[in-house]
Structures are given as C-alpha cells and as structure tokens.
Ligand binder design. Structure first.
Ligand SMILES: [Zn+2]
Length: 81
C-alpha cells in the first residue's frame, strides 16, 4: 500500500477520542503507530498464524505512548496492522 493511499485512508476513517499528544502528534502523524486490539479468541488465532480482524485499532504516539485516537472503522480494521 502506498504512502498516499495510507494518508487518504486516515482522512476518511472514523476516529473517536481523537486528540493531540504532548509532542503534537495526532492519528495521522508518522510518529503514531496503529495497534490492533483483539478479543481473547482473536489473539488465540493470531498465535497460530491465522489472520483475524482486530476489534479496534488504537493510535499510539511512539514518542510518549499517548493514545491519540481509537477507531472501529472496518476500512482500517480489515487492513493488516
Ligand atoms: Zn507524543
């Protein structure tokens, strides 16, 4: 997936609890990682190498570990995060 596609996706996905962290990053920042959250069974399948959809994606600043947003948008969940 190209960089520009990624940026386009981040413009359209629904992000709740969106905010800016102390270092000034938001969910579209390059310093922010997307971390998928799985249900207990989701993790189980991930251990066996089975691709599963996370229940939500957290956007976490890599500098200060602040969560700058949470998304349950299917368009971002279906991507590999
Ligand atoms: Zn930060």
């Amino acid at each position: 997936m190209s960089e520009s596609h990624e940026e386009e996706l981040l413009k359209i996905v629904e992000v709740s609890e969106a905010k800016t962290c102390p270092c000034g990053n938001n969910h579209r920042s390059h310093y922010v990682s997307q971390i998928g959250e799985y249900t207990g069974w989701g993790w189980f399948w991930v251990l066996f190498g089975v691709t599963t959809e996370p229940v939500r994606v957290k956007f976490v600043c890599r500098k200060c570990q602040t969560i700058v947003g949470v998304s349950e948008d299917k368009r971002i969940l279906r991507r590999d995060v």
